[in-house]
Design a protein. Structure first.
Length: 213
């Protein structure tokens, strides 16, 4: 990923939570609850949130695994991680640790986590980068561990749909549009029990998948 893109997210981190909260119409944070509950984590488990941003999902995962568990929030942007670190400190989440790295180069041993999440970011990865990232997620997951991927649902109304495609264009990922329509079949090549469902807000969709033996 380019240094220019990393700089963009370092700067965007200043207003990220405000923009995402209002763009998704999720004032109460129901999407974060939705994705974390679907990971099927238990107290004491280890979880990884890739492309963690300001750590909103990672903070929810910390509540799922409890004080004896472990959550790692991973992002390539230092600015995002600084905001996530402030959030973890404010909430006293000592089980939440933050790592600066890329989604296609996960610095963890095989079978390290019981669950992996990614919220509204995976589609931004480029084609080969995304393919490698999927393999990396499968590698660090334990057998039968769950990968929960949340992405934007394609808007039905004409103007929001146009703006949605404009954003995809400026992301520079030619196959992002295709991926957002074929997540289940793409993940099905690497995982089992792949299933999709709409979020409570109707603005996002969740795809869950499990690592085979």
């Amino acid at each position: 990923m380019s240094s220019l893109r990393r700089l963009y997210y370092d700067l965007f981190s200043k207003i990220y939570d405000f923009i995402i909260r209002h763009h998704s119409r999720d004032i109460e944070g129901s999407l974060r609850t939705f994705i974390t509950e679907n990971t099927n984590l238990s107290k004491g488990d280890r979880a990884l949130d890739i492309c963690t941003g300001t750590g909103s999902v990672a903070a929810k995962l910390a509540g799922q695994v409890g004080e004896n568990g472990l959550v790692v929030g991973l992002d390539f942007s230092r600015g995002m991680l600084e905001k996530a670190r402030e959030k973890a400190f404010r909430l006293n989440l000592k089980q939440l640790h933050l790592v600066q790295a890329y989604a296609d180069q996960l610095p963890f041993k095989n079978s390290s986590f019981s669950g992996v999440t990614c919220s509204h970011a995976f589609y931004e990865l480029k084609g080969e980068e995304r393919t490698i990232a999927i393999d990396e997620v499968a590698r660090v997951l334990r057998t039968d561990g769950r990968f929960c991927l949340m992405e934007h649902a394609k808007p039905h109304k004409r103007i929001p749909r146009l703006l949605f495609y404009v954003r995809l264009f400026f992301l520079g990922s030619k196959d992002a549009k295709k991926f957002l329509g074929e997540e289940e079949s793409i993940l099905g090549k690497r995982f089992k029990n792949v299933a999709g469902q709409m979020s409570p807000t109707g603005q996002s969709k969740l795809i869950s998948a499990e690592k085979g033996g």
